[in-house]
Design a protein around this ligand. Structure first.
Ligand code: THU
Length: 164
């Protein structure tokens, strides 16, 4: 007899950034700042990601587009690859993601794409500690997930690949 598997996800929803803790709000402000440095001439969708490390340092990244479209890179991966290139000895505590667009108001939380979720999940497994994810737009509600796994149920996780 076949059975059904169900995954559900839990997010904490805040009405706006002012409801966040001072640390989380600071990280969102950093993400907003770095979104202004995004290179997004094709989509005109400017994304910023800011990471708080367990040392309390913050590192950031923004999306980088290319006229060969698939060569571009999302803000979250720019930020997380930078973090692990420069601070591989430190754990990642939280990632905040936000965006603004030229042609419309981003008045809802920005949700990382599947490839970014998989990339962030890699470091969550590597550090064996959850990475919190804060999602915001220019305005409106803020969503917080307590781990990347939360937003990527049934992720690719082939532990056998790690065996020699
Ligand atoms: N983008 C990100 O930076 N992060 C995401 O999670 C989704 C999309 C970027 C890629 C591209 O430069 C632009 O947003 C429009 O898709």
């Amino acid at each position: 007899m076949a059975k059904k598997l169900k995954h559900s996800i839990e997010l904490t929803v805040y009405s706006n950034v002012d409801e966040l803790s001072p640390e989380d709000k600071e990280l969102v402000i950093k993400a907003k700042e770095v979104s202004k440095k995004a290179y997004a001439p094709y989509s005109q969708f400017y994304v910023g990601a800011a990471i708080r490390l367990d040392s309390n340092e913050m590192v950031e990244g923004s999306n980088q587009e290319n006229m060969a479209y698939p060569s571009g890179m999302c803000a979250e991966r720019v930020a997380i690859y930078y973090a692990n290139s420069h601070h591989s000895d430190k754990k990642i505590d939280t990632i905040a993601v936000t965006a603004f667009a030229k042609k419309f108001d981003v008045n809802h939380p920005v949700s990382p794409c599947g490839a970014c979720r998989q990339s962030m999940a890699e470091y969550e497994l590597k550090q064996n500690q959850p990475i919190r994810l804060i999602m915001t737009g220019e305005s409106g509600e803020v969503y917080i997930a307590e781990s990347i796994e939360t937003v990527l149920p049934f992720m690719f996780n082939e532990i056998e690949l790690k065996k020699e």
